[in-house]
Ligand binder design. Structure first.
Ligand code: SUD
Ligand code: ADP
Length: 284
């Protein structure tokens, strides 16, 4: 068996280029409008075949029990759906901050579904994998498809879009924001009027979670202010805590990164309308 094929599967980060809430479903989940774009930066996953029914992580993630790990849950879900008899050892080389709004957990889950379906030869279509993924997290289907997307509902309705692919500086202000707490905040704007893709393209869009997160986490407001001070428009991704801004080019983004205050982490990456996972599948 060629074990090289089992190594080096990318799980890229995403940005929400805007985030509006248009309503609330009967089950309490919020109806969103958003644009997802991938980044040229993310976790990397390695797999090894295991005989028998075992699915085990070879990594330790802070505050995540092996049974709750989204890669383990994704692999078990694929086994259940297909009746596949063997297992896998899964190693996440973690790069993305957890709870940063960059979708690392969802991306790890999507990469596990796509990679193991290929490596195990279980033959599900991308659509079938996306459906399995929705049970693990709202953003998993978008990572499975690997195309920048205009998304509505709770992430289950989406279509490809092709925004510009600029170089971004992404700043992590050192705090962990709970998605549930943001959606539960009474001050959250939940009645945005539905907009069209053209409104987003014309700049008539924002992230409605930003004021809530900034109120509770001053570090997020400071990071947004610092980025704006570099002469660019800054925004938060998802429910935070990371903030980002597009620069003229890679050089300008790296220069700004060089000026980043030492108490924050940051990275420079390019926006990608086709994800690194899709490119990896081309070579598989
Ligand atoms: C809003 C996004 C945009 O990307 O935020 P980020 O998590 O990436 O920051 C995601 O779709 C988030 O999806 P996901 O990350 O799967 O959400 P979960 O952790 O399951 O959500 C935690 C809690 O937030 C609330 N929640 C979540 C999503 C949603 N559309 N409406 C909600 O009300 C629910 O109370 C849920 O129990
Ligand atoms: N493999 C995984 N990687 C990251 N987070 C995971 C993973 N498995 C479970 N989780 C849980 O999912 C939560 C959300 O993580 P993540 O997707 O990185 O953040 P966000 O949804 O803010 O982008 C984490 O705080 C963690 O408890």
């Amino acid at each position: 068996m060629n074990l090289d094929a089992w190594r080096g599967w990318p799980a890229p980060a995403k940005l929400n280029l805007f985030l509006h809430i248009t309503g609330r479903r009967a089950d309490g989940y919020h109806e969103l409008q958003t644009v997802f774009q991938f980044l040229s930066h993310g976790d990397v996953l390695d797999f090894e075949p295991l005989a028998g029914d075992q699915v085990r992580p070879a990594h330790v993630l802070e505050d995540v029990a092996p049974e709750d790990d989204l890669t383990v849950r994704a692999a078990r879900c694929l086994k259940r759906a297909t009746g596949y008899g063997d297992g896998a050892l899964i190693r996440v080389r973690k790069v993305l901050p957890m709870g940063g709004g960059l979708g690392g957990g969802s991306s790890d889950a999507a990469t596990t579904l796509v990679a193991l379906n290929h490596l195990w030869g279980t033959g599900l279509t991308l659509g079938e994998l996306a459906e399995l993924g929705l049970g693990l997290g709202a953003d998993v289907p978008i990572f499975v498809h690997g195309r920048a997307a205009w998304a509505e509902g709770v992430g289950e309705r989406f279509e490809p879009v092709a925004p510009p692919e600029p170089w971004y500086l992404v700043v992590h202000p050192g705090v962990h924001v709970s998605t549930g707490a943001v959606f539960g905040d009474p001050g959250l704007t939940r009645n945005c009027e539905a907009i069209k893709i053209a409104d987003f393209t014309a700049g008539r869009a924002a992230n409605v979670c930003e004021p809530i997160v900034c109120k509770h986490y001053p570090a997020v407001a400071e990071a947004l202010g610092w980025l704006e001070g570099q002469g660019v428009q800054a925004r938060m991704t998802g429910t935070g805590s990371c903030v980002f801004a597009a620069f003229e080019g890679e050089h300008a983004a790296r220069e700004a990164h060089g000026r980043l205050p030492a108490h924050w982490q940051g990275f420079v990456a390019q926006g990608q309308n086709r994800s690194a996972l899709q490119y990896r599948m081309d070579r598989a």
